[in-house]
Design a protein around this ligand. Structure first.
Ligand code: ADP
Length: 175
């Protein structure tokens, strides 16, 4: 059955502002913020904790099973630093957030990331790893790159996605 509400991925390197954007978007649009990190933890979709990188070692098959019903229903704003695992058929819009290196450095330092993890994430942002992953995984026209250095940029990003949602609903026979 076709979705009556779209699924959106908000992706990007850790620290770019995914969670902040997803929370603001959920509040403005009524769509559900799906924090993949939380799902991984709550539904045990992992094979343990990586002590070096301080993150869960995700079991992608379990994660997809855990998300499938919600994704089929639609109306999810998926918050995750990867996007290539989600089937194309689930996803209507991919927002890739970007930040300047100095801003990202400050945000990740504030989180007290270990040096190796901080450096890896800075490199990943500079090399546009997540943007490339999004472009490789989804049709070009549904991938949008937005900057998230300032509160003003975030506000305009949220407005832009809200406008996109209104259009999506019109195009799909809604209000
Ligand atoms: P992510 O979910 O991508 O790891 P967060 O949403 O947790 O990133 O944001 C990381 C930090 O950066 C938070 O302290 C948040 O308040 C701040 N932040 C995020 N986006 C912006 C922005 N556009 N302008 C200013 N600060 C931001």
């Amino acid at each position: 059955m076709a979705r009556t509400s779209p699924n959106i991925i908000v992706t990007g390197t850790p620290g770019v502002g995914k969670t902040t954007h997803c929370e603001a978007l959920a509040e403005k649009t009524g769509l559900r913020h799906v924090s993949v990190n939380q799902v991984v933890k709550d539904k045990q979709c992992h094979e343990g904790w990586d002590e070096e990188y301080l993150c869960w070692i995700v079991d992608e098959d379990k994660l997809l099973d855990a998300l499938e019903d919600e994704a089929k229903e639609g109306g999810c704003i998926i918050d995750w630093h990867a996007c290539d695992l989600f089937p194309k058929s689930w996803i209507d819009l991919v927002v890739v957030l970007r930040v300047d290196s100095s801003t990202l450095y400050d945000r990740l330092s504030a989180r007290k990331y270990p040096e190796a993890k901080l450096q890896e994430n800075l490199d990943s942002e500079i090399m546009e790893v997540l943007l490339q992953e999004a472009r490789d995984s989804y049709d070009e026209e549904i991938v949008v790159e937005l900057t998230s250095n300032t509160a003003d940029e975030m506000e305009s990003n949220v407005e832009r996605v809200e406008a996109w949602l209104v259009q999506w609903k019109k195009d799909h026979g809604g209000e």
